[in-house]
Write a protein that binds this ligand. Sequence first.
Ligand SMILES: CC(C)(COP(=O)(O)OP(=O)(O)OC[C@H]1O[C@@H](n2cnc3c(N)ncnc32)[C@H](O)[C@@H]1OP(=O)(O)O)[C@@H](O)C(=O)NCCC(=O)NCCS
Length: 120
Amino acid sequence: MIEFAIDADGAAVGACGVHLLDDVNARTVELGYWLGVGYWGRSIATATTRGATAHVFATLRELARVEAWVFAWNPASARVLEKAGFTLEGRLRARVHKDGVTIDQLAYVRLTNELRDEPR
Ligand SMILES: CC(C)(COP(=O)(O)OP(=O)(O)OC[C@H]1O[C@@H](n2cnc3c(N)ncnc32)[C@H](O)[C@@H]1OP(=O)(O)O)[C@@H](O)C(=O)NCCC(=O)NCCS
C-alpha cells in the first residue's frame, strides 16, 4: 500500500492510496482518495486520479488494471473516475453495509492500453 498526500496551495489537503493486490490478482491495483471539503470542486481529485494512475502504470510495468470502488450515492466520485478515463464495469448490489444502510457499489476500471487515449 502506498499513500500519497494531495498538495494544494502548499498544504496537505487529502490523500490518495494505491494498493497492489496479490496472487492471481497481482496485476491489479486498487485506488482510493479523499479530499478536504474546502477543496472540493476544483478538479483536484481528477488531477490526482490521473496522476496516480499514470504513475502506477509507469512504475509497475506488468500492471494490467487499476480499479476503484464507489458507493452508489457518490456521483461526484463516479464523475472523477469518468473524467480520469475509467470505465464503469459493473454495479454490485447490496455489497456494502455502512452506517446502518446496505448500499450498492460501483466498480470503475482503467486498463493499461487505455492510457494512450487520455481524455480531455
Ligand atoms: C469525491 C471527491 C474526491 C471529489 O473531489 P473533487 O476534487 O471535488 O472532484 P473534481 O472537482 O475533480 O470533480 C468532481 C465532479 O463531480 C461533479 N459533481 C459534484 N457533485 C456532484 C453530484 N452531487 N452529482 C453529480 N456530479 C457531481 C462535479 O460537477 C465535477 O464534475 P465536472 O467537472 O464534470 O463538473 C471529494 O468530494 C471527496 O473527497 N469526498 C469524500 C471522500 C470520497 O467520497 N472519496 C471517494 C471514495 S470512492
